[in-house]
Design a protein around this ligand. Structure first.
Ligand SMILES: NC(=O)c1ccc[n+]([C@@H]2O[C@H](COP(=O)([O-])OP(=O)(O)OC[C@H]3O[C@@H](n4cnc5c(N)ncnc54)[C@H](OP(=O)(O)O)[C@@H]3O)[C@@H](O)[C@H]2O)c1
Length: 328
């Protein structure tokens, strides 16, 4: 099968289209033929080893010290079940599904095996393969942080970096949970963020949300510009700062802040849960959640997609489409 392989860390040029062995499903696995996948900010971090401050060494230990242990990037996909292992009960050949492999990656390939009890669920009929491929990375991250931040109905939430992969999901989900949402983004994305359900949108090129006197129950920072030292006065008493993008120095402050303050910092990697994919699928089916798609590239042009995602300015998600004869 075709796959995008990288054998050393570096710029998008390290990515190569190669023929690799097609996987065979184990007894409890489904084999999915990929119709669409994404290039996320996470793929670009792993490819380049450009990590948040303080995490470079840890990342090398986890991902491979001198070369990547997992040579195929990609954490989410949508496609059709091509075959199933003999013990599989939940899926059948032909089912349209989407899946999230998280840090295990491996989705930038024509085929991927997933355990039936893993993060793989039926694709909502309302969504295209491109949209379904982009359900998981931003959606599960936002859900996990809102769960850890104990988001309550009616709370005021500010999403910094509201137009990115995580931000566009966070705005829609906060709105779904009954929060009053303020989004922060650049001028070009103000209308997009408003259309996702933000009541107020702050253009960070014109206004600094930390200096306008407004306070919030939750601040979600996906842009890395709202560290506690800068945003603490914008949090209400009992407010929570959700550092989706945070470095080691931010994390080291957490115990001290929680001992000395009514405000809290929540950080660290988001958990991968199959039930979160089901939750997102139900929301999508109900018309309450729809992944935002910026650009689509064919698999062969994935290096271009990486170059674009590397800019840190994408709007929602960047899709990689794979050609199949019976693609619907
Ligand atoms: N903790 C976890 O488990 C976890 C999970 C997923 C992602 N992450 C991290 O979260 C970060 C965001 O991920 P993503 O996929 O959403 O990235 P992304 O799609 O590249 O989006 C980043 C967004 O940040 C906005 N931005 C840039 N500068 C800004 C500023 N000064 N103020 C406000 N917004 C600004 C950009 O919007 P404009 O173009 O409008 O500026 C862009 O839309 C990444 O660093 C990623 O590594 C962490």
């Amino acid at each position: 099968m075709k796959a995008i392989v990288y054998e050393r860390y570096g710029p998008p040029d390290v990515l190569e289209l190669k023929e690799v062995e097609k996987p065979t499903p184990k007894d409890n696995e489904v084999l999915i033929r990929t119709h669409a996948t994404t290039v996320t900010s996470g793929d670009c971090r792993v490819r380049s080893l450009h990590m948040p401050v303080g995490f470079g060494l840890i990342a090398r230990l986890v991902l491979g010290v001198s070369r990547p242990r997992q040579p195929i990037l990609g954490s989410e996909l949508a496609g059709k079940v091509e075959s199933v292992g003999k013990d599989v009960k939940k899926f059948k050949v032909g089912d349209e599904v989407f899946a999230f492999t998280g840090a295990r990656l491996g989705c930038h390939a024509e085929y991927k095996c997933m355990p039936e009890d893993g993060a793989v669920v039926l694709k909502p009929a309302k969504l295209t393969f491109d949209e379904a491929a982009a359900m998981s990375f931003g959606g599960t991250t936002a859900l996990d942080f809102f769960r850890r931040g104990k988001l309550q109905l009616g709370e005021k939430v500010l999403v910094n970096g509201a137009s990115g992969g995580v931000g566009t999901a966070a705005v829609q989900l906060a709105r779904h949970f009954g929060a009053v949402v303020t989004g922060v983004c650049s001028t070009a994305n103000v209308e997009l963020v408003r259309s996702l359900g933000a009541t107020q949108v702050i253009d960070y090129t014109k206004e600094d949300f930390t200096r306008n006197g407004e306070t919030y129950d939750l601040i979600v920072d996906t842009a890395g510009t709202a560290a506690f030292s800068r945003s603490k006065d914008s949090l209400k008493e009992g407010g929570r700062l959700l550092l989706v993008l945070g470095g080691l120095p931010d994390m080291l402050q957490i115990p001290w802040v929680s001992m000395t303050n009514s405000k809290k910092i929540i950080a660290g990697p988001a958990a991968v849960r199959a039930e979160d994919l089901r939750f997102l699928a139900n929301l999508a089916e109900a018309g309450e959640f729809r992944p935002v798609i910026d650009r689509c590239y064919p698999l062969e042009q994935i290096a271009e997609a990486h170059r674009y995602v590397d800019t840190g300015r994408k709007k929602g998600n960047v899709i990689i489409t794979l050609e199949h004869d019976d693609l619907t």
